[in-house]
Ligand binder design. Structure first.
Ligand code: ADP
Ligand code: MG
Length: 723
């Protein structure tokens, strides 16, 4: 069937195989893709500015003829060529200059007409535009009233080599003309009517070739709504489907949990108590839990996870707890083991054999019955023999709580009766990885934890398929972390802050950026720096270096030494970013802070300030870009993770921020949750309503929506189809 949705782009007039290939690279494969390839901006070409009226420092569009052209060698830089045109209309002249693009020269012919767009400047008394965007006007068009390129609001697209603005305009126009009359609207009529939205044809025409700005705004609103709506409908369907499945009704022994809570060395915060209640309520219900636990770094999510695990264990189910790094998994293992051992005095550590401390048995009294709960730690660095043994014990059910890394996803990991899945630092896992673990049980309850919180309104729209719990306070008695910023040249001062802390017996982290793209170089940088610090600034102190290329045992050894205070300073790459919890560290120096993202800086900072003493986070950077500067400012100003996330969103923009939801599900082309929150909310309400009325999208008015969802969100077919 030849529909708007799936007609391959090559059926459009003017596309040969070569161009089709270029479009494929841009992710454009169908007619729909091209009609949904939205302009980056518009130019008002109904009337051009006259050269005599141009104002300096303003961005303007002019139409003018080429009067002279030339090429120069830059005065300052070798091999840096400058193409220069003088153009004029009948009111004046202006120079146009392009740097380092000598090939442009061939396009310019004396006497031809150009449309130029850029910032008006003045050099040596003469008007000039540097690197203007330009289009060459063909002869007939120059005089024609009605055209795609002149005499109207003209769309400007992001283009690439082999595809020009003018070509794309023609192509899109012919696509609109030919296909729109046949295209149905995936937004049902009553939803459009209720929300006062344009229909699809009007919207697509006016998003590309707006008749006026009002219609463009309406088109933008409708298309954003459509984008939000389809995503929300997809989430609503997923949520519904999950709710339909029968889950486990855990039987929770309240007094056992309360005893455990009473045995902790601290009192739970009110927030922690609240989310624990929410989780317990979910767990006892015979439905599957799908809950997202948001809480700032240091807010105490781990203990919530531990309590949830106990609830599952004491009712006879297994629980699994996945963390993104081996260091973190071990930390959880040690902490949870020791917490549970407090509960039961008859704890026995199995130190009997070749088995390292990867299992722990605790005797717990449950009701009247004695039960042994073993805790296992499974990571990829375990010896094969040890792994086999764990697999066996997991399968038999003798390991009740299994903590680990990605190694948990191995096919050999088979549970006897998995009742609860917990995923820590979920943003570090891909969607694929996250969804694998629950499949190892029969609809187990799922708790997902994240320390990159986003505001609730956004969270429910973004994670609409999950229920949300939020910890919004830190444990009492934490002092705020002092955050400071130094330039590279004032580094010594930064180090002095660390030294003062070390002198009074505290410890410090020095973080060095290591990123994928320049991994080898960065690691070398980290090594070099740690050498320098070791023999220079910090020579009286013990200093260790840890990074991801070290063998796991080496990493463990260094962490252990640092924990035992045999080392005062730990120089580290971002492997410390997630979860590490060592309370005695009161200072963190972040080198080249401009290379970190804002959320990442906040996560790093969360490694300190965990004890009762004042802590210092010192950023060292020479801020190069406005973004880096904005990040530094936000770090100095805010300590609340929710606030930080909002700033991060502003700095990065929604595309990138949500792209990192790693869902791959929601690709925002046009909608902006920040500026269109009200629209997003409405779209969500409509989507939920529609899905609850017609869960399989079989009603006639929903057929096109169904097609759309199946196409946009692969895998949704099974959710939507009847049965
Ligand atoms: P995150 O939410 O970042 O995962 P953690 O669970 O690692 O935070 O907790 C940070 C630290 O705070 C841990 O040392 C933990 O034992 C401690 N902690 C957790 N809850 C409380 C509380 N209610 N009072 C005091 N300390 C707490
Ligand atoms: Mg944590």
């Amino acid at each position: 069937m030849k529909t708007l949705l799936n007609t391959p782009i090559r059926y459009l007039k003017g596309i040969g195989p070569k161009r089709a290939k270029i479009f494929t690279k841009l992710g454009i494969n169908t007619v729909e893709d091209i009609l949904y390839y939205f302009p980056r901006r518009y130019e008002d070409r109904r009337k051009f500015s006259r050269i005599c009226e141009l104002k300096e420092n303003q961005i303007q569009t002019i139409k003018a003829q080429i009067l002279s052209k030339g090429e120069q060698q830059s005065f300052y830089r070798q091999n840096f060529r400058i193409v220069k045109l003088t153009v004029g209309d009948n009111t004046g002249k202006i120079n146009c200059v392009w740097f380092n693009q000598p090939y442009l020269k061939q396009y310019f012919k004396l006497g031809s007409t150009l449309i130029l767009y850029g910032k008006i400047e003045r050099y040596a008394g003469l008007l000039q535009i540097n690197n203007p965007e330009f289009e060459i006007v063909c002869e007939e068009e120059a005089n024609k009233e009605e055209s795609l390129n002149i005499g109207r609001f003209v769309p400007v697209y992001t283009v690439t080599k082999g595809i020009t603005q003018r070509y794309l305009r023609v192509l899109i126009k012919s696509g609109l003309d030919e296909y729109l009359p046949k295209a149905g609207d995936c937004l049902p009529y009553d939803i459009r009517a209720r929300n006062n939205l344009l229909n699809l044809s009007m919207s697509l025409i006016n998003i590309h070739f707006p008749e006026n700005l009002d219609l463009q705004a309406k088109a933008y609103e409708r298309l954003s709504f459509e984008e939000f709506f389809s995503f929300q409908a997809a989430l609503a369907l997923r949520k519904l489907k999950k709710k339909e499945k029968l889950g486990i009704a855990h039987q929770i022994n309240a007094s056992l949990l309360n005893n455990f809570i009473a045995s902790l060395p601290f009192k739970l915060t009110a927030s922690q108590e609240k989310v624990i209640d929410e989780i317990k309520t979910d767990m006892v219900k015979p439905l599957g839990m799908q809950r997202l636990l948001q809480g700032d770094v240091g807010s105490g999510k781990t203990i919530v996870a531990t309590i949830a695990s106990m609830a599952a264990l004491q009712g006879g189910y297994q629980a699994v707890f996945m963390a993104p790094t081996e260091i973190l998994a071990k930390q959880h293992y040690e902490k949870i083991s020791s917490q549970l051992s407090v509960l039961s005095p008859s704890t026995t550590l199995r130190a009997d054999d070749e088995r390292p401390l990867t299992t722990l048995e605790t005797n717990q009294t449950i009701g009247s019955q004695q039960k042994i709960i073993k805790i296992g730690l499974l990571t990829s660095s375990l010896k094969n023999k040890e792994k086999e043994r764990q697999y066996q014990e997991i399968k038999e059910g003798s390991i009740g709580l299994l903590i680990g890394t990605h190694a948990l996803l191995e096919e050999d990991v088979k549970f006897k009766n998995l009742g609860l899945v917990i995923i820590d630092e979920q943003h570090k896992f891909g969607v694929g990885q996250r969804s694998l673990l629950p499949k190892k049980g029969v609809n187990p309850d799922v708790l997902i934890m994240t320390a990159t919180p986003i505001p609730r309104t956004l969270a429910i729209t973004l994670y609409g398929d999950l229920d949300l719990s939020i910890i919004n306070e830190l444990p009492a008695g934490r002092l705020p972390i002092k955050t400071l910023h130094f330039k590279q040249k004032d580094k010594a001062e930064a180090y002095n802050i660390a030294k003062e802390q070390l002198k009074i017996g505290k410890q410090a982290y020095v973080i060095y950026p290591v990123i994928e793209e320049s991994y080898v170089l960065d690691i070398a940088g980290a090594k070099k720096m740690s050498q320098e610090l070791k023999s220079g600034e910090f020579k009286e102190f013990g200093l260790g270096l840890i990074h991801g290329r070290l063998k796991q045992e080496e990493q463990d050894e260094i962490i252990l030494k640092f924990k035992n205070k045999e080392l005062d300073i730990l120089v580290s790459t971002t492997i410390l970013e997630v979860g590490i919890d060592i309370p005695g560290v009161t200072c963190m120096i972040i080198e080249n802070a401009e290379r970190f993202g804002l959320s990442q800086l906040h996560q790093l900072r969360g490694r300190i300030g965990r004890g009762k003493d004042e802590s210092f986070c010192v950023l060292i950077s020479d801020d190069l870009t406005p973004e880096a500067e904005a990040r530094t400012k936000a770090m100095l100003k805010y300590s609340d993770g929710f606030r930080i996330a909002e700033e991060d969103l502003k700095i990065r923009g929604p595309g990138e921020f949500f792209g990192s939801r790693q869902s791959g599900l929601w690709e925002l082309k046009i909608g902006n949750p920040l500026t269109q929150m009200h629209l997003l909310k409405r779209a969500r309400e409509e989507a939920i309503k529609l899905v609850s009325l017609d869960p399989h999208l079989t009603a006639r008015q929903n057929i096109l929506l169904k097609q759309r969802l199946i196409q946009r969100f692969p895998g949704y077919e099974s959710l939507i189809s009847a049965g």
